[in-house]
Design a protein around this ligand. Structure first.
Ligand code: S3P
Length: 166
């Protein structure tokens, strides 16, 4: 059975939607950020601060390679994973890519009180979100299907994905 891979910008709902989707479809759920924290025994914030973004990206790529031969998973990915085209090739081997999207203002409201996004911790978070969003929007077009989550409840997003998969 194929994997379902959630991609998209930070705060678009990949983890919460992915987890619920996995429970409904009886697939195993993997969140790449959580998995990297488990493997490295560090938080994402610690990896960025102590080892740098390059180390984090290399952990992401190692993990994606490892997941290449696994199936029946729902994989929620970090917002930067698809910036590396090799990761996209690996994720597409066994997986259907679903992109979640939301307007920058909604993303800001969702992530503003969380300290777990090192890329947004410096300066004005809304400006940073808009800049990063503009830079990266193209990368999420690799998905087979895209869902707008800004004005939807989690269950609506999940149902929309299930309908698409039928
Ligand atoms: C990142 C997104 C984060 C996490 C890391 C880098 C990014 O994951 O992987 O902070 O580059 O967009 P979420 O998309 O789950 O927030």
């Amino acid at each position: 059975m194929f994997n379902i891979v959630m991609i998209g910008f930070m705060g678009t709902g990949k983890t919460v939607v992915g987890r619920r989707l996995a429970a409904l479809l009886k697939k195993r759920f993997i969140d790449t950020d959580t998995e990297i924290e488990r493997i490295t025994e560090k938080t994402i914030v610690q990896i960025f601060a102590q080892d740098g973004a390059v180390r984090f990206r290399s952990e992401e790529s190692l993990l994606v390679k490892k997941l290449e031969d696994q199936d029946n998973l729902v994989i929620s990915t970090g917002g930067g994973i698809v910036l590396n085209p090799e990761n996209v090739v690996s994720l597409k081997k066994n997986g259907i890519l679903i992109a979640l999207n939301a307007p920058p203002e909604v993303i800001y409201q969702r992530v503003r009180h969380k300290r777990s996004r090192p890329l947004l911790n410096k300066g004005d978070a809304l400006i940073k979100i808009k800049e990063l969003f503009a830079e990266r929007e193209y990368a999420y077009d690799v998905a087979e299907y895209r869902v707008e989550t800004g004005d939807k409840q989690v269950d609506e997003v999940v149902q929309e994905i299930i309908l698409y998969l039928k």
